[in-house]
Write a protein that binds this ligand. Structure first.
Ligand SMILES: NC(=O)C1=CN([C@@H]2O[C@H](COP(=O)(O)OP(=O)(O)OC[C@H]3O[C@@H](n4cnc5c(N)ncnc54)[C@H](OP(=O)(O)O)[C@@H]3O)[C@@H](O)[C@H]2O)[C@H](O)CC1
Ligand SMILES: [K+]
Length: 502
């Protein structure tokens, strides 16, 4: 990972953000200065997006999130806006910077029972942010319900109140924001689902925390972006030839289930694998033959045939799962694949087969020379690793990577990629139209194509997921998995074609 550019994409948990805050304070920026800057960022966003708002309701909570609310309320009032401020909790219990911001607020506090939601054309949610410690209930939940029921747009300070910045989950009531203005770096909760849907647009404001705070934190979680893996992305050399770009082998399904593996093979070739072969029964290969030209066909009726085929050391990369089925024959082929010690990409039925094995599957994965890549969706993930849903999707994926020794691509609209060494990435560029039949088979092919060109496993997984999302973005609604190959062609040319556009 290229360190300097990657820093821009770091995500911080609320706990890490607290440490960054402390770091800034220890290095000479008082906490109240940070709070004033936070208020200023919210003000700027408010004025830019709602310049005509005249009556603004600011709902403040008992901690520093509320403190930010008092600061922005004061600034809005100084600009001639009519500002109503509500406070959840006892003003005498406010402490530190929040107490100071409260005492600096020149107006009165409007009792919550009488808060004029219907007169406000904009609401600012400063109830709870990084310090949320449990789900909202009682008075807090009621207040959130009234805010959501009002017709005014809501700008959330840092996070929509009720949303966990660490997990992206809400255990109780949560504010449905139009936008969230956060500080220094986004948090995982802004990107993971369902959190992302509560945040609206997410804006990151600079409040004067020095970049050096990040090196202290050794944060290993990023939002996916080419900056993270561009240096490892395969770049064709003039002296290269098809074997130097690797030979990928894709296991086919049976005669009536060939489509999935064909999508995988086509995507692998499109992503730049030097050679791609589909292997399977003669009946299956006859069907493939009617559809593919540049992709080669290798008969392998049984697991033993596959073993013979893999005597060819040039077959460096092996993908299996799409359309494979879960028969004994498929399971035996999986065993051969694991023993062959190639660059493995396991998806779909291969994951189901793994999950049905007593235990040795993880030992076999851990014994591989290079980490395998596993691409489960939520159902497959649970079958393989059990239900860990009380934690965050990032923490689940990291635990799975540690257990299996593999790179985990935990798919969804918020796909998380995790490595056994603790690195993790949240992908955010996948449009809803990507959730279509065969989409996962194509993703497996893209990652396979990158692995066959020697891209390291974690980076290949991150790049593959990003390319997959971008290919869908250039095509837009109405796409089918068959079209993704065209999308890929456009993205590869535009972003990695040497024009420097990435
Ligand atoms: N560098 C920065 O990011 C800066 C952030 N700022 C702002 O500060 C908040 C974080 O402030 P903090 O005081 O740590 O936390 P909150 O204001 O979010 O909330 C803490 C208080 O809320 C109580 N709480 C927590 N959960 C609940 C709940 N479910 N129901 C009721 N009350 C709850 C909590 O009480 P405890 O009982 O849990 O102790 C606290 O009283 C950050 O989000 C930014 O907006 C700075 O202003 C600038 C620098
Ligand atoms: K908030």
């Amino acid at each position: 990972m290229t360190q300097a550019t990657a820093l821009a994409h770091i995500l911080l948990t609320p706990e890490e953000m607290g440490k960054a805050d402390q770091y800034a304070i220890q290095h000479g920026t008082p906490g109240y200065t940070l709070m004033l800057a936070a208020g200023e960022r919210i003000l700027e966003y408010t004025l830019r997006t709602h310049p005509l708002s005249k009556t603004i309701g600011v709902l403040c909570g008992p901690g520093n999130n509320g403190g930010d609310g008092f600061v922005v309320a004061k600034r809005l009032r100084s600009l001639g806006k009519k500002v109503h401020v509500g406070l959840l909790g006892d003003p005498s219990k406010l402490t530190g910077d929040a107490a100071k911001a409260f005492s600096d607020w020149p107006g009165k506090i409007t009792p919550l029972e009488a808060f004029p939601f219907d007169n406000c054309d904009l609401l600012i949610d400063a109830l709870f942010g990084a310090g949320l410690s449990r789900g909202l209930e009682g008075t807090a939940a009621e207040l959130v319900g009234r805010m959501n029921a009002a017709s005014a747009p809501i700008i959330a300070v840092d996070l929509p109140s009720g949303l966990s910045g660490r997990t992206g989950k809400a255990e109780g009531a949560v504010v449905q924001a139009t936008a969230s203005v956060t500080f220094f770096r986004k948090k995982p909760g802004h990107l993971l689902l369902p959190g992302r849907e509560f945040c609206g647009d997410v804006i990151v404001g600079d409040i004067g925390i020095p970049q050096t705070a990040l090196t202290q934190l050794e944060a290993q979680l990023h939002e996916n972006h080419p900056d993270l893996w561009r240096a490892e992305f395969p770049s064709p050399s003039l002296t290269g030839h098809k074997y130097s770009k690797g030979h990928a082998l894709i296991l086919s399904g049976s005669e009536f289930a060939t489509g999935a593996s064909r999508l995988t093979a086509k995507a692998a070739l499109r992503t730049g694998a030097g050679l791609v072969s589909l292997c399977g029964s003669a009946d299956a290969l006859r069907i493939h033959a009617a559809h593919v030209t540049a992709i080669m066909l290798r008969p392998a009726e049984t697991a033993s045939d596959l073993k013979d085929l893999l005597d060819d050391a040039r077959l460096t990369t092996l993908a299996l799962g799409p359309g494979l089925g879960t028969s004994t024959d498929a399971d035996e082929k999986l065993t051969i694949a694991l023993r062959a010690d190639r660059r493995l990409i396991l998806d779909a039925d291969a994951l189901t087969l793994l999950s049905q094995r007593e235990d040795a599957s993880f030992a076999a994965l851990k014994a591989l020379n290079e980490p395998a890549i596993l691409t489960p969706h939520a159902g497959e993930f649970k079958r393989l690793f059990g239900d860990m849903s009380e934690t965050s999707k990032v923490e689940e994926a990291l635990e799975a990577a540690r257990q299996s020794g593999a790179i985990i691509v935990y798919k969804g609209a918020d796909t998380v990629i995790a490595a056994p060494d603790g690195r993790a990435v949240i992908n955010t560029n996948a449009p809803p139209c990507l959730a279509t039949a065969g989409s996962g088979d194509t993703l497996t092919g893209i990652i396979t194509g990158l692995r066959s060109q020697d891209m390291p496993a974690f980076e290949a997984a991150c790049a593959g997921v990003w390319l997959h999302g971008e290919a869908a973005n250039v095509l837009g609604p109405g796409l089918t998995a068959d079209d993704l190959e065209d999308g890929l062609k456009i993205v590869l040319k535009k972003r990695f074609g040497g024009s420097g556009e990435t």
